[in-house]
Design a protein around this ligand. Structure first.
Ligand code: ADP
Ligand code: MG
Length: 231
């Protein structure tokens, strides 16, 4: 893999959904390139297609046309098993709701992605270290119901990073938190990805949060435009 090639490249991406009154065009020629370790904020009004774009980049959804390349790989050329491996190894996901397993402890939740493939290495030490880094050293054995919303989201953050992904995708990760907990999560996201050299796309409605990122784009009428001073 050429170190100078962008980590993420999105070319002429289109996505439309068939609907009764004709196709609903959500993405209309999106182009984007992101280098290793660069953090980008993605803004735009509700319903403009931010989640759709993130889900396609994360290979959770497929485009109508266009190309995506992550770390030199086209996820849409992979068979089912290779695609599952690609998602597990290359991409970390943080959603608005934590999606933690309710019956598992914080530590077990962080380790869950390491169990997806038999040949994944034992990452128990890294899991403990990540939980420490997100300030949850004293909560490793707590179950989700025994933690606050901010704590649960910090567990989700540690889980997203456990397999050392190249790209972290966070879709409104602070959306269900109060302001203070949300700011802490945002700050942690920046610290952790910067320290580990992970590229990141964060969907946010907070201009303040977005302003702190190296790149800031807005999705408008299906296309990306640079937004704010940071871009
Ligand atoms: P955002 O995350 O920016 O709020 P979404 O990406 O969730 O927006 O949705 C973009 C648009 O696509 C919305 O108008 C939504 O109603 C539509 N949409 C999303 N998923 C589907 C689907 N599976 N079928 C039809 N329309 C969809
Ligand atoms: Mg959304």
């Amino acid at each position: 893999m050429n170190d100078h090639a962008p980590l993420l490249s999105v070319r002429d991406l289109h996505k439309s959904y068939p609907s009764a009154g004709g196709d609903l065009v959500v993405l209309n020629s999106v182009n984007l390139s992101l280098s290793r370790g660069v953090a980008m904020a993605l803004m735009g009004p509700s319903g403009c297609g931010k989640s759709t774009l993130l889900n396609i980049i994360g290979a959770l959804d497929t485009p109508t046309s266009g190309a995506v390349s992550v770390d030199g790989q086209d996820p849409f050329s992979l068979d089912r098993r290779a695609l599952a491996r690609f998602r597990n190894h290359k991409i970390g996901y943080v959603f608005q709701d934590h999606h933690l397993l309710p019956q598992c402890t914080a530590l077990e939740n962080v380790l869950a992605p390491t169990l997806a493939f038999r040949d994944n290495p034992d990452r128990s030490d890294r899991a403990r270290e990540l939980l420490q880094r997100v300030g949850l050293a004293a909560r490793m054995d707590h179950r989700p119901a025994e933690m606050s919303g901010g704590e649960r989201q910090r567990v989700a953050l540690a889980r997203a990073l456990i397999n050392e992904p190249r790209l972290l995708l966070a879709d409104e990760p602070t959306g269900s938190l109060d302001r203070r907990a949300g700011d802490q999560i945002a700050e942690l996201l920046r610290e952790l990805t910067a320290a580990d050299g992970v590229a990141m796309i964060v969907v946010t409605h907070s201009a303040m949060l977005a302003g702190a990122f190296a790149k800031c784009y807005e999705l408008r009428d299906g296309a990306l435009t640079t937004s704010g001073a940071a871009a």
